[in-house]
Design a protein around this ligand. Structure first.
Ligand SMILES: Cc1cc2nc3c(=O)[nH]c(=O)nc-3n(C[C@H](O)[C@H](O)[C@H](O)COP(=O)(O)O)c2cc1C
Length: 315
C-alpha cells in the first residue's frame, strides 16, 4: 500500500505532519516517539532573533479545544540552523521551517538563512498567527500583504514556499489565490481561530495576552470547510490542518481535497497519535479497497458541485 504523498515537490513518506508550535523543534520529542514515524515536522515559528513570547498564562482549555497565546517564543533562525538542524539530520523525516517576520523584509531574511541550510525541505510561511502585536495575522488578513510577503519569500529562496492561511477572514479563496499568484507551491490551511476566554470572577481575560488562537476538535468543521474551499480555488496542493485527532478526521481533509494533513493539539493529549492515526488510516484504505492514499484526495461527493479535481483544483 502506498502512503507516500508529494506536496510542493517534497516527498512525505506518509501524509501526517506535526503542526507548527505543537511539536517544538522536533528534537524535544526524540525520547518520546520515533520521529521517522512521521511524514513531516513543521518547526515552531522562527524569526531572525530569539523572542520571549507572550505573558503567562499562555494556554487555556475550552470545550473540545485549546486557546493559546504563546506569542511565537523561539530561539531565532540562526540558532535553530546552528544547534537544532544537525540533531534532526539523523531522522528520516521531511522538515518544514515555520517562517515568521515583523516585516516583509524579515520574512525574506529568515527564508534566505533557511535557503542555505542543509536538511530543510521547505518553508511554511506563517502569515496567520493571531498572537502577536505586529505582523502575523495582519499579513494574512489583507490579500495585498499576503501577495507581498509570499512574493518576497519566493524571491529569497529556491525552497518550496507554503503560506499558512488564516481562518480569521471572510473569504479564504481570495487569500489562497493571492498566495498562488505570488508563487506559492502549496498552502497550509488553517491556523487558529481568534478567540477570547474570560475569567468571570476576575472579569479579566484568562490568557496573559488577552485574546488567543483556538485549536483542537472544536475547530475541525470550520477547518475542513476552509481547506475544501481553498483546494477548489487553486491548482497548487493544500495541506489540511485543524482538530485532527483520528484517521477519520484526517480522511475528512483528504476527501475534501487536501494532499496531506497536520496534527497539532491532539499531540498534546497523546504523542502516540501519529502511529495510531497511521494504523487506522491504513485499515480504512484496506477496508475501502484503496491501495494508494492519493486516490482518496478530492473524492468528496458534493451534491450539485463538481469535484475539485475535475476543475483542476487538486492538481
Ligand atoms: C500551542 C500552540 C502553538 C502554535 N504555534 C504555532 C506557530 O508557531 N506557527 C504556526 O504557524 N502555527 C502555530 N500553531 C497553530 C497550529 O500549527 C495549527 O495550525 C492549529 O493549532 C490547528 O491545528 P490543531 O487543531 O490540530 O491544533 C500553534 C498552535 C498551538 C496550539
Amino acid at each position: 500500500m502506498n502512503l507516500a504523498v508529494e506536496v510542493a515537490g517534497i516527498r512525505f513518506k506518509n501524509p501526517l505532519i506535526a503542526a507548527s508550535g505543537t511539536f517544538g523543534y522536533g528534537v524535544e520529542y526524540e525520547g518520546v516517539l520515533d520521529l521517522s514515524v512521521l511524514g513531516g515536522i513543521v518547526s515552531k515559528g522562527l524569526y531572525m532573533e530569539a523572542r520571549d513570547g507572550a505573558p503567562t498564562p499562555r494556554i487555556v482549555e475550552t470545550p473540545s479545544g485549546l486557546l493559546n497565546a504563546i506569542g511565537l517564543q523561539g530561539v531565532g533562525v540562526r540558532a535553530f540552523v546552528r544547534d537544532v538542524l544537525p540533531r534532526l539530520a539523523k531522522h528520516e523525516v521531511a522538515l518544514l521551517v515555520n517562517v515568521c517576520g515583523d516585516s516583509v523584509e524579515e520574512y525574506a531574511e529568515v527564508s534566505r538563512v533557511c535557503d542555505g541550510a542543509p536538511g530543510i525541505a521547505g518553508l511554511e510561511v506563517n502569515i496567520s498567527c493571531p498572537n502577536v502585536k505586529k505582523g502575523g495575522m495582519a499579513f494574512g488578513g489583507d490579500p495585498r500583504l499576503t501577495h507581498e510577503v509570499v512574493a518576497a519569500v519566493r524571491k529569497a529562496t529556491r525552497l518550496p514556499v507554503i503560506p499558512k492561511l488564516s481562518p480569521n477572514v471572510g473569504d479564504i479563496t481570495v487569500f489562497a489565490r493571492a498566495a498562488e499568484e505570488a508563487g506559492a507551491d502549496a498552502l497550509s490551511c488553517i491556523n487558529t481561530l481568534l478567540g477570547l476566554a474570560i475569567d468571570v470572577e476576575a472579569r479579566r481575560p484568562r490568557l496573559g495576552f488577552g485574546t488567543g488562537g483556538l485549536s483542537g476538535p472544536a475547530i475541525r468543521p470550520v477547518a475542513v470547510r476552509m481547506a475544501w474551499q481553498a483546494a477548489r480555488a487553486v491548482r497548487i496542493p493544500v495541506i489540511g490542518i485543524g482538530g485532527i485527532a483520528s484517521a477519520s478526521d484526517a480522511l475528512e481533509f483528504l476527501i475534501a481535497g487536501c494532499r496531506a494533513v497536520q496534527i497539532g493539539t491532539a499531540n498534546f493529549v497523546d504523542p502516540g497519535i501519529y502511529e495510531r492515526v497511521l494504523l487506522d488510516l491504513r485499515a480504512w484504505l484496506e477496508r475501502h479497497g484503496e491501495d494508494d492514499v492519493n486516490s482518496v484526495v478530492g473524492t468528496l461527493e458534493y451534491p450539485g458541485l463538481p469535484r475539485p479535481c475535475d476543475s483542476g483544483g487538486c492538481a
